[in-house]
Every structure is written in C-alpha cells, then in structure tokens.
Design a protein around this ligand. Structure first.
Ligand code: PEP
Ligand code: MN
Length: 338
C-alpha cells in the first residue's frame, strides 16, 4: 500500500502518523522523501488496513494498494532512481554509463593485472573477473578460488579499479572483504538462503537474471536482498533461454526499459553472456545503451583462443578499447555521461 502525503505535512505530523500506523498494524513503513512530496510504502500484510480511514486523514493526499509482490524494489515506493555510490566515489545509476570489464576467469597475476590496466585506460570503472566459477560441467575449470580473489585484490591495488566478482556460497563471504561489488550469478538468482545473507551486508550486489527467470522473479530476488536491509542492488539482464540456438542466450532488450519502469534500481546489461560470440558484443551493447542501461559488463581477455572459460565471447583489449569509445559516443546521444 502506498500513501502519498500532502506537501505541507510537517516532520512532526509525519512521525506521529508513522507511529500510529506501526502501533495499530504489524507493518513496516518505508519512507521516501522527495522534493515535492513524501511517499509512505507499507510493507507486510495490509489486508486489515482501512483505506477509507487513512484517506480521511488531513495530511494524506492519496492511498492506493500496490498489486506487485515486490515492494522495496518497486518504483512506486521510491520514485527516484537509486544511485549506488562506492566508498571510492564511483557511482552507478547517476546518469553515467558504467563499464565493468575483465576476463571471465582470473587465470594468473600477469593476466589479471595486464587486463585491468588495459580496461582502465579504455574507460572501464570496474574490474570484473571470476574466481569461483559456476560451470555447467564439473570437469571444466572451476576458477582459481581464494587465490583468484587475492589476484583481483592485487590488480585493484595496482590500478585503483574496484572489483566485481561472483559468490557461490554463503560460507565464502568472509573471503570477499576486499570485493567492492558482489555478483550473484544467473544460476544462483533464486538461491534464497544466499540472497538473505547478502541482505545483511553493506556492499552492493550485482544480481544477474536467471536463465529462465521472469522479470518479476528477478525483482523478487532483489526484494529478498532488500528485505534484509541491503538496498544496494544492481539488476543485470544477461540473456534468457529461448528456442533460438544461434546465440548462447537471447538478450531480452525489453527487460531494460521494463525494469527501469517497474523499479528504481540501476540496470546493467551483459552482452557477452547474452550473445556468446565476440562479434555480437558490440551491437548488443549498443542496443542496451540505447534502451537505457546504466552500465555494461563486458568480458575481455588477453588471449581469447586460449582462455580457460568463455573465450568465444571475449574481446581482446584492443577490441574493447575501440568498442568502449563508440559506446561512450552512443551513450552521449542518449544523455549518458562518461
Ligand atoms: C559470469 O558472469 O561469468 C557468469 C557465469 O555469468 P552468468 O551467471 O550470467 O551465466
Ligand atoms: Mn563468463
């Protein structure tokens, strides 16, 4: 349920009103204060709330029930875009085009540090690389694990780029102290126990859409994290399963404007896993920028033919360099800063 208050409502009135609501009903009240108005979002079982009584209060402008099952992730509860600010000052969702780039897997010190330098020069604001890899086959390379995380930290120290990497189980959380944004991969989008634990921490979470998940399911997974108190969630469209075998997945470009409409959370697109082919990364990334994405995750490898995972979709640093400047140009056309 959403209650919009009249602009003249004072702080005291607001506090008393919230106090009355929470003492009468077993509800949580989410307060959003805008420049023009204040919106209260009631979270919990609102079936017993008397809408006519609420609407009759002096300070209330309007009341309506919210049909969607996601509340904290819902734009109706938080009309402004959420901007995520990292301790180093980097922002996501502030109107800039954020590039996150790096190899699918961290493979060694020279590899990760070399790629980090190159993507930084090309304009990437984050280094992304996998240390724990969720592979379809148990016989495929599973990642360098803790050693991979240490190498990411080293690349961060050398370049100043904050790091983004995937977590696969709750018990690994203590290893992620130096990680700036924790990624939840497509396969774990509905690992609710993991999501609940990530709801208790203070770091931004990059939540990838499941292979066969609906937009609403993605938002409900974001809700799991937010319900625990961590409201710094970045949504990621990375392609979904369809009947089309030519591409690895089908990039659901419509998910970008739909997510932006339904939610206030930043939306990034991963054209690398969506297309699965290096030459498709540029056109898909362009489409994502035009559709309103706040950022892109792009896989870059120093030697794609010999990459230990996802070589076919990886760009070389030179290719990334050329593409990123074109992406910033396109971004400018659509009002995005660098
Ligand atoms: C990845 O980001 O490297 C990855 C495994 O992606 P996804 O979870 O989208 O398949
Ligand atoms: Mn990959």
């Amino acid at each position: 349920m959403i209650i919009v208050l009249k602009p003249e409502c004072t702080n005291d009135q607001l506090e008393q009103f919230i106090e009355r609501l929470t003492s009468h009903y077993d509800l949580q009240v989410n307060t959003w204060v805008g420049t023009q108005r204040t919106v209260l979002g009631l979270i919990g079982d609102t079936s017993s709330v008397d809408m006519d009584y609420i609407a009759a209060q002096d300070l209330v402008e309007s009341v309506k029930r919210v049909q969607e099952p996601y509340k904290k992730a819902n734009r109706k509860f938080h009309p402004d875009n959420t901007v995520i600010t990292l301790p180093g000052g980097q922002k996501i969702g502030d109107g800039s085009l954020t590039l996150m780039a790096g190899p699918c897997s961290v493979e060694g010190e020279e590899q990760i540090c070399g790629i980090a330098e190159r993507v930084k020069t090309a304009g990437a604001k984050f280094l992304r690389g996998g240390a724990f890899k969720p592979r379809t086959s148990p016989y495929s390379f599973q990642g360098m694990k803790a050693e991979g995380l240490a190498l990411l930290s080293e690349a961060k120290k050398k370049t100043g780029l904050p790091i983004v990497t995937e977590i696969m189980r709750v018990s690994h959380l203590e290893l992620f102290e130096d990680v700036d944004i924790i990624q939840v991969g497509a396969r774990n989008m509905q690992n609710f126990e993991l999501l609940k634990e990530l709801g208790k921490i203070k770091k931004p979470i990059l939540l990838k859409r499941g292979l066969s998940s609906t937009i609403e399911e993605l938002l409900m997974s974001a809700e799991y994290i937010m319900a625990g108190g961590n409201e710094q969630v970045i949504l990621c469209e990375r392609g979904i399963r369809t009947f089309e075998p030519y591409t690895r997945n089908t990039l659901d470009i419509s998910a970008v404007p739909v997510l932006k409409k339904l939610s206030h959370l930043p939306v990034v697109v991963d054209p690398s896993h969506a297309g699965g082919i290096a030459w498709l990364v540029e056109p898909l990334a362009m489409a994502a920028v035009a559709a309103g994405a706040d950022g892109l995750i792009i896989e870059v490898h120093n030697d794609p033919p010999h990459a230990l995972s996802d070589g076919a979709q990886s760009l070389t640093p030179d290719q990334f360099d050329r593409i990123s400047s074109r992406l910033f140009e396109v971004g400018k056309v659509f009002g995005k800063t660098r």
